[in-house]
Structure formats: C-alpha cells, structure tokens
Design a binder for this molecule. Structure first.
Ligand SMILES: [Zn+2]
Length: 444
C-alpha cells in the first residue's frame, strides 16, 4: 500500500513538472548580464537624464538618452525582420503643473510594440524609466548617473526586447521607456491616457524601478529576493462594487493583485532559486512609481524591484561625506541580479503573451450549500479552464483543478464560505491567463 501511494505521488509530481515549457527556460538562459551592464553604462554616461535637462546635445542629457534608447529598439527590430513598431509618445507639460516642473517641457516616452499574432490589440507591458535626478529634484544640470534608479529597469526592458523579439506571441508585448518619473509620474500618465484613447486592451504593466541593488541600507545582502507591489483593488471601482465586497469578499483580490500572484507563481515554477515577495500595497510607504498612473485609469499594474534598497544611492548628489559614498553610481549595481529580475519579467511577458484572454465574467454561487458553483463566459482561443481556490488568509492560489472545455463547474464538498475562488483560461500550449476573481453572483 505504501508503495502504491509513493508511486502515485511520483506520477503526480511528474505531471506537474511536465506542465512547464522549455521555451521559458530558454528565455531565462538568453538574458545577458553583460548586455544589461553595457546598456546601463551607456545610460549613465549621458551625465544626467533629468527630465528638464538638455535635449540638443548628442552626448549629454535626456534628449541624447531617449534617442539612444529609440535607436537600440530600432536595431533590435532590424534583427527580427522589423518585428517592433518603435515611436515616441509625447506629452507637453506646462511650467508650474507641479512643483517639479520649473519650465515648459515635452515629456517623450519611447515605445516599442511587438505585435501579437492573434490578439494584436491586447498588450502586456514592461517598463523602465529614462530619467534620473540628484538631491534637489529640480537640479537638471548636475551629474545624475541614476545607474540603479532607473537605468537598471530601462536596460532590463531593452534586454527583454532583445530576447523576446526572437519569438512570436499571440498577444502584443510593449517595451516602454518612460520619462518624467521623478518630476511627478508624468510619462506614465501620458502613456496611460494614450492607451485609453487608442482603446488598448491592456492585460497589465510590469513596471521595473530599481532592479539592481542587492546591498541594503538595512545591512542585508540578498541577491535572491525581490518585491512585487500591487494595490488591493482598483481605485476606479464603483461605490456599488465597494459595497458588494462586504457581502462577497474580494478585499485583496483586485486585478493588479492577480497579476502579482501570476508573477509569483511563474517565478516559483521556472526560477525556484528566487524569492518573490508580494507586498500588499500600491508602492512603498508614501512613495510612487510609474505603474500608478496606469492603475489610476483602471489598468492592472505592479511594481517589480529589489527587496533591499540603499537610500544613500538614490536621489543623491554624488559625493563622499564622513566616509560614506553617496550617489546612484554604476559601481553599486549588481548586474547578475538585474539579469535575474529581467528574466522574471521576460518569462512572465512570454507566458501572458502566449495565453488566451481571461474570461470577462465569472459568476459564483453556493450559499447554504455543501458545494461551490462557478460559471464563466467562453473564451475564444481557450482549450479549457483552471479553477483556483485558497484559504481566505492565504496570499497565493494554493488549490486548483483543471476542468476542461466547459463554462460551468461545481466543486463538490467545497464550502463557499471558507475559501476564495477564481478562474483562468488555458491555451493549447498550456499557458494560462491571470486568474479572474468572481464579478457576478449566481442565484438559482
Ligand atoms: Zn527615483
């Protein structure tokens, strides 16, 4: 009997591991720390990339930096038979719009779109920032290397484009360089509005902001852990949706949180040496990042970043004081770590871009019954669906069941009161959409 149990356990664990895809391991291996390092250095060498800095020079300032980023995307595109649409998305911001806009400025984002073969208007986005700053946020002339904040995220985004442009995906992938971050998240705001105006169906944005520091001001050195910040529920929800939560739950199950859980799971599956740390908040305490303007208009979005920050190396004039080195300099960045976090992004972009859309509506019922019923709309392109559930106190989708190509299912013996539930679509290659938390109630 013992032998049989052991055997079936082995069969089961084989089946679980057989669900992984070699393509994602190849993508991890293809990400290069050397290329990220080289690109980071190139960005640092523009002296300052402050949003209000020089735009005419070809060697110094944000103008030179964005032209170089655009030319890199164009080079990558040339190598993949023009597989990327590369363009500037421009936003004019008037002097005085915020305390940090001390003169009129054009904020130019650099956009590279790898068009999806089946769902060209569905987008999964990876972003980094172009701009940098020193101690005084309005000083746009001093050297502001911004090697970690945020040349690391920008270089990682360019490298992800290099690696993923070798493949074709059903959904579009956007590689995005955003400006105006340090001046008040202006680039992200402009880009999110552009996406709304152009009816982009955004699956989510993975905003990378500081992915290269492993030596924290807290004394911890850690090249395995990283943080995924996500807001609990969308700020755009209706009053009715807010009220419904008291009855049906969902306080920690917004669309950005499901994206965070997706990244957590993909990382644990393909890069088990890493420690993804979900943080249940929009961003760090009272601080911001470029996923927020996307969240502001109702898109899913998370911030991916190092676990241990070093404040001596952020937003600081480059100097030595009392024996302490200040400044966000190139020598402080760990590129093996930046490579790992770039790979985390790349496998999640690839996985989401390979998956069918999630069901739009998921209905749930089962009040005063010993079972839970779920019903969802059929998704074109899905070969089946996976139902997930978890204890109400668990951060991750710990239980799941593949139910095949049906649009309703009853989980016998599972009492609705004691768990949270969700449904994901599954494509022919096994790639899954993010989980959808029920958004309708089934009444019989
Ligand atoms: Zn910053």
């Amino acid at each position: 009997m013992k032998f049989i149990i052991l055997t079936s356990f082995l069969v089961l664990s084989y089946m679980v591991s057989a669900q992984t895809d070699q393509k994602l391991y190849d993508i991890i291996d293809a990400v290069s720390a050397d290329r990220i390092k080289h690109d980071d250095k190139t960005l640092v060498d523009f002296g300052t990339r402050h949003t209000l800095s020089d735009t005419v020079s070809n060697t110094r300032g944000i103008g030179a930096a964005r032209r170089w980023i655009k030319s890199e995307f164009e080079k990558i595109s040339k190598d993949c038979n023009n597989c990327l649409d590369v363009f500037y998305q421009k936003n004019f911001v008037k002097k005085g719009t915020g305390e940090r806009i001390v003169k009129d400025v054009w904020i130019n984002n650099v956009v590279a779109v790898q068009r999806g073969t089946k769902y060209p208007n569905r987008y999964i986005i990876m972003s980094g920032d172009i701009d940098s700053r020193v101690s005084d946020p309005n000083n746009y002339t001093s050297d502001a290397p911004g090697a970690n904040d945020n040349a690391s995220g920008m270089a990682g985004t360019i490298e992800a484009a290099r690696v993923l442009s070798k493949y074709k995906f059903e959904n579009s992938i956007v590689y995005l360089g955003l400006a105006g971050e340090e001046q008040g998240l202006f680039g992200g705001k402009g880009m999110a509005e552009y996406a709304k105006e152009h009816d982009w169906d955004i699956i989510g944005i993975l905003n990378n902001d500081m992915i290269g520091n492993i030596s924290g001001v807290d004394g911890v050195i850690d090249n395995r852990t990283f943080r995924i910040f996500s807001e609990p529920v969308p700020i755009t929800e209706t009053e009715q949706e807010r009220k419904n939560r008291r009855k049906y739950g969902g306080e920690v199950d917004g669309i950005s949180r499901q994206l965070a859980r997706y990244i957590y799971k993909t990382t644990k599956t393909y890069m088990p040496e890493m420690n993804p740390m979900m943080v249940y908040r929009l961003d760090r305490f009272a601080r911001g990042g470029h996923h927020r303007p996307f969240n502001d208009v109702g898109f899913a979005g998370v911030r991916i970043m190092e676990a241990h920050e070093n404040y001596n190396h952020q937003h600081q004039d480059v100097r030595t004081e009392n024996g302490i080195d200040y400044g966000d300099t190139f020598d402080q960045v760990n590129f093996d770590y930046a490579k790992k976090l770039t790979a985390v992004n790349a496998i999640n972009l690839a996985s989401i871009a390979s998956a069918p859309p999630a069901p739009k509506t998921v209905a749930i019922g089962g009040m005063v019954e010993p079972s839970t019923k779920l019903k969802w709309d059929k998704v074109d392109g899905a070969v089946g669906y996976e139902i997930y559930w978890r204890d109400t106190t668990s951060p991750t989708w710990d239980n799941s069941r593949y139910v095949g190509d049906v649009t309703e299912f009853t989980l016998e013996g599972i009492v609705i009161d004691n768990f949270y539930f969700g449904v994901a679509s599954v494509g022919a290659d096994g790639f899954e959409s993010p989980v959808v938390f029920p958004n309708q109630i089934l009444r019989d």
